[in-house]
Design a protein around this ligand. Structure first.
Ligand code: BGC
Length: 755
C-alpha cells in the first residue's frame, strides 16, 4: 500500500490522532493498517533516550559529544558529518528513528541560555555545519529535526514572546541558516519553535511553515512542533504543523470537529498525515537490526572532536604546548570535574567522563599538583582555597587554571543576566596570575564571558563544553599532541553592553524587537570599528600561517556569473597544523545599508611545516546580494566588492576588488515623480528618457541653482551617482524645467511600473 492509499483508508478520527504523539517520544501507530509508531530522541550532541515512554528516570547511558558551541569552533564540515554518522549509528542501536537536532538558532546575544547548544552568530557557518551534521545522521537511515524554526534566540518568555523584525533581517540572518540546511540536506523533520513570529505562534504560522518552507524552499519532510509549542491544534494543522508533540490526544477531537464543521479543510489534514506516513515508512524501511553501540569507539571520536574544537585565544611567549618534564599545578575544581555539557533537553547521561587531572596524572607522576581553588556549590570567594591555590602555583613551574561558568549560570529554560564568570573564578585567576607568571587559563563555558583579567595569564584556551572526553582532549591540546585549530564561531565582546542587542534584549511586554537588524555579532563590531576581546574567527595555533597569490578569476562580472577565488596558504612554522581559511565579501559603501563584511566561505586545511596548499572557492549571486524588500527577492547592488581572506573577521590577510553588475532595478520598485533620478535611470526606459533629455535637464537645474555652473563646466555626466542632479526627484525637473513640458511623464511611469 502506498501512502496515498493509506491516507484514503484512514478514518477522520485516525487522521486527527496521527497528528499528535502517542506519548513523550513516540508517534501513534494504526495497527489496523499496519502503520507502526516510531521513536524520537534528543539530541543534538548525544542520545537522550528513555527506557519508559515518559521523561521520568535518567536517560539510558550514552556518549556525550561536544555541544554545538564547541563543535562549531572546529569550522570543519567533515568532522560534523562524522559526528552525525556516529550519532546515526547510535540511534540505530537504540532503535531511535529521529534524532532531535541540530539546533541552529543564531546567537543574537551572549546571554541566551541555550547558546551552548547552538552553533554560531553567523548564518553561513551555522548552515554549513548544520547541513553536514544532518547528512551524517541521515546517511545512517535515521532522521533529524532541524530546530528551532525560527527566531527563537532567547529563553526568557520563549513560550509566548513575539520575535519582531523586518523581512530583510529575517531573510539574511535568522532564516538563512535554515534555508541552507533545507536546500542542501533535506532534514526529515523540522521543529517549529515555541515563540511567536510577528505576533503569530511559529506552529500556526502558515506564511513560514507552508509558503516559505515548503513552497519556496522545497522542504519535503515533516514539521513537528517543539514539545508543547502547539496552542491551537486546528490552526497548527492548517498552517502546516504536521505533528504535535508530545501526546496531545485530548485535543485530537478539536481537529475532527473542525473538519466536520468545515473550519479545517480535510485536504490540510491529509497533507499532515501524508507527511507523517512518509516519515514513518522511510524510517521503518531503513531501520537496522543488530547495530551495536560502540561506546568506547565513540568516546574516542568525542575526544577528537573536542580537541579539534578548542580555541587557543592567546599564547604569549609560546607558553603552550606544555613540556612534560616541568612541574605543573592544575588549579580549579573543573580540572577534576569539568563542566562538559549544558542543562535541559540536551543533557546526556554520559557513560563515562574524563577529567584533565586524571589523564595528566598518568604520565606526570610526581610533577603534577592540584588545588581546588573554588567551591563548586557557591559563587563566593573562599579565601582559604585561594590561598592554597596560590601556594601550589608558586611551587610549580607553570599553573593551569580550569575556570568558566558553572551549570547554575547557563542552561535551557533561562537566560544569563550578565556575561561575567562567577566572582570566585575571576578572583582565583587574578590571585594565581600574580603569584605565578607562567599561568594558563582553560575555560569551560557555553557562551562568551567577560575577562577583566585577560592580560594577566600568558595563555587562554577556550575549551567550551567539550563533551565527556574533554579531559583527554584538553591534555592532548595542552601538551601538543594535538595542535589547536578551533576558531571562535562567535565574537567575544569586551563587555556585555557592547553587544548590539544589549538595549533590546530580552524585549518588553512580550515583544522582542530585533532593532539591531542584520548587525549581529561581527557584522556589528566590524562595521562600527568597535574593539572586541576576541573577534569571530579568531584562534591561534602552535604554528603560523601566511597567505599569498590571491587570485580572482575575473575583475568584472554580472550577477549571473560565478567567480573563482583561489589563494595559497602556507604553514610558516615548525609544527604540522590546521588553518581555517576564511573568505569575506566586503561591499563598497553604496545605497544599501550593509555590514562591512560577511563571511561567504571557509575551508579547513592541514599543512606540514613549510607546506603550501591552494584553496579554491566559488562565489555566485547569493554571495553578493541582499534581500530587497521592494523586489521581494535577492538583489545584487551594482558596485565594487572586495574579496578578503582573513585570519578572523577582524584580521584580513589579503584582498582583491572586483566590479559586480546587478539587475536590481528590475522588480518591485515603484517609480513615481518623486523617485530620485539615479534610481529612475536604473530602469532601461528611465535611462533612455534621461539620455535623451540630459542636456535640457542640466541647463534647467543650473538655471534654478541646484547644479552649480562650475559643475557644468567640469563636465557633469549622466551616471555621476553622487552629483546634486542625480539625487533630485523627477518632480523638480517637471516643475522647473519648461523644456520638458512635452514629456509624456505619466505614460512613461506607467510603462516602467508594469509588472
Ligand atoms: C526543547 C527541544 C527538545 C524537546 C524534547 C523542548 O523543550 O526545546 O529542543 O528537543 O524539548 O525534549
Amino acid at each position: 500500500m502506498n501512502v496515498e492509499e493509506m491516507v484514503s483508508k484512514l478514518t477522520l478520527e485516525e487522521k486527527a490522532g496521527l497528528c499528535s504523539g502517542k506519548d513523550d517520544w513516540f508517534t501513534k501507530a494504526v495497527e489496523r493498517l499496519g502503520i507502526p509508531s516510531i521513536r524520537t530522541s534528543d539530541g543534538p550532541h548525544g542520545l537522550r533516550t528513555f527506557d519508559d515512554f515518559n521523561v521520568s528516570n535518567k536517560s539510558k547511558p550514552a556518549v556525550c559529544f561536544p555541544a554545538g558551541c564547541a563543535s562549531a569552533a572546529s569550522f570543519d564540515r567533515a568532522l560534523l558529518r562524522r559526528m552525525g554518522e556516529t550519532l546515526g549509528k547510535e540511534a540505530q542501536a537504540m532503535d531511535v528513528q529521529v534524532l532531535l537536532g541540530p539546533g541552529i538558532n543564531i546567537k543574537r546575544s551572549p546571554l541566551c541560555g541555550r547558546n551552548f547548544e547552538y552553533f554560531s552568530e553567523d548564518p553561513m557557518l551555522s548552515g554549513e555545519l548544520g547541513a553536514a551534521f544532518v547528512q551524517g545522521v541521515q546517511s545512517q537511515g535515521v532522521g533529524t529535526s532541524l530546530k528551532h524554526f525560527f527566531a527563537n534566540n532567547q529563553e526568557y518568555r520563549r513560550m509566548d514572546a513575539s520575535s519582531e523584525m523586518d523581512e530583510r533581517t529575517m531573510r539574511e540572518i535568522y532564516l538563512s541558516a535554515f534555508e541552507r540546511v533545507v536546500k542542501q540536506s533535506q532534514p526529515w523533520t523540522i521543529m517549529a519553535s515555541y515563540n511567536k513570529i510577528g505576533g503569530t505562534y511559529s506552529t500556526e504560522n502558515k506564511q513560514y511553515l507552508t509558503d516559505l518552507l515548503r513552497k519556496e524552499w522545497g522542504f519535503e519532510g515533516l514539521v513537528v512542533s517543539d514539545w508543547g509549542a502547539t496552542h491551537n491544534r486546528v490552526g497548527a494543522v492548517a498552517a502546516g504543523t504536521d505533528l504535535t508533540m508530545p501526546s496531545a490526544t485530548k485535543t485530537d477531537e478539536d481537529i475532527v470537529k473542525a473538519v466536520q464543521e468545515g473550519k479545517l479543510s480535510e485536504s490540510d489534514l491529509d497533507s499532515a498525515c501524508t507527511n507523517l506516513l512518509k516519515l514513518v515508512l522511510k524510517a521503518i524501511v531503513q531501520r537496522k537490526d543488530g547495530v551495536e553501540f560502540d561506546y568506547e569507539g565513540d568516546h574516542d571520536l568525542a575526544r577528537k572532536i573536542s580537541a579539534e574544537s578548542m580555541v587557543l585565544l592567546k599564547n604569549d611567549e609560546d607558553l603552550l604546548p606544555l613540556k612534560k618534564d616541568k612541574k605543573i599545578a592544575f588549579i580549579g575544581a573543573f580540572a577534576k570535574a569539568p563542566r562538559y555539557q549544558g542543562g535541559g533537553s540536551s543533557h546526556i547521561n554520559s557513560f563515562k567522563v574524563s577529567n584533565a587531572y586524571d589523564v595528566a596524572s598518568q604520565f606526570m607522576a610526581g610533577n603534577l599538583t592540584y588545588a581546588q581553588g573554588y567551591q563548586t556549590d557557591s559563587l563566593e570567594n573562599d579565601a582559604n582555597l585561594v590561598q592554597e591555590a596560590v601556594a601550589v602555583a608558586k611551587g610549580a613551574d607553570v599553573a593551569v587554571i580550569f575556570a568558566g561558568l558553572p551549570e547554575s549560570m547557563e542552561s535551557e529554560g533561562f537566560d544569563r543576566s550578565h556575561m561575567r564568570m562567577p566572582q570566585n573564578h575571576n578572583e582565583l585567576v587574578t590571585a594565581v596570575c600574580s603569584a605565578q607568571p607562567n599561568t594558563i587559563v582553560v575555560l569551560h563555558n557555553g557562551s562568551p564571558v567577560e575577562m577583566p583579567w585577560v592580560t594577566e595569564p600568558k595563555a587562554i584556551l577556550e575549551a567550551y563544553l567539550g563533551g565527556q572526553a574533554v579531559g583527554e582532549a584538553t591534555i592532548d591540546v595542552l601538551f601538543g599532541e594535538v595542535n589547536p585549530s578551533g576558531r571562535l564561531p562567535e565574537s567575544f565582546p569586551i563587555r556585555l553592553e557592547d553587544n548590539p542587542s544589549y538595549l533590546f534584549f530580552p524585549g518588553e511586554n512580550g515583544v522582542v524587537d530585533y532593532s539591531e537588524r542584520m548587525f549581529v555579532g561581527y557584522r556589528y563590531y566590524e562595521s562600527k570599528k568597535m574593539a572586541v576581546q576576541f573577534p569571530f574567527g579568531h584562534g591561534l595555533s602552535y604554528t603560523t600561517f601566511s597567505y599569498s597569490n590571491l587570485n580572482l578569476s575575473k575583475i568584472q562580472m554580472t550577477e549571473d556569473e560565478t567567480l573563482t577565488v583561489s589563494v595559497d596558504v602556507t604553514n610558516t612554522g615548525n609544527m604540522a597544523g590546521k588553518e581555517v581559511v576564511q573568505l569575506y565579501v566586503a561591499p563598497k559603501k553604496g545605497e544599501i545599508i550593509r555590514p562591512i563584511r560577511e563571511m561567504k566561505g571557509f575551508e579547513k586545511v592541514e599543512l606540514n611545516p613549510g607546506e603550501t596548499k591552494l584553496v579554491t572557492f566559488t562565489l555566485g549571486k547569493r554571495d553578493f546580494d541582499y534581500w530587497n524588500i521592494n523586489a521581494q527577492d535577492w538583489s545584487v547592488e551594482t558596485g565594487e566588492y572586495t574579496v578578503q581572506i582573513g585570519y578572523s573577521s577582524h584580521s584580513i590577510a589579503v584582498e582583491k576588488t572586483l566590479q559586480v553588475q546587478g539587475k536590481e532595478y528590475l522588480e518591485g520598485m515603484e517609480y513615481t515623480l518623486f523617485t530620485p533620478l539615479r534610481d529612475f535611470m536604473r530602469h532601461p526606459i528611465g535611462m533612455a528618457v534621461l539620455e535623451e533629455n540630459f542636456g535640457k535637464m542640466l541647463q534647467g537645474m543650473v538655471r534654478i541653482g541646484l547644479v552649480p555652473e562650475e559643475a557644468l563646466a567640469a563636465g557633469i555626466q549622466l551616471g555621476d551617482q553622487d552629483s546634486a542632479l542625480m539625487i533630485q526627484p523627477l518632480s523638480i525637473l517637471t516643475t522647473f524645467v519648461p523644456e520638458l513640458d512635452g514629456l509624456p511623464i505619466k505614460e512613461i511611469l506607467g510603462e516602467m511600473n508594469k509588472k
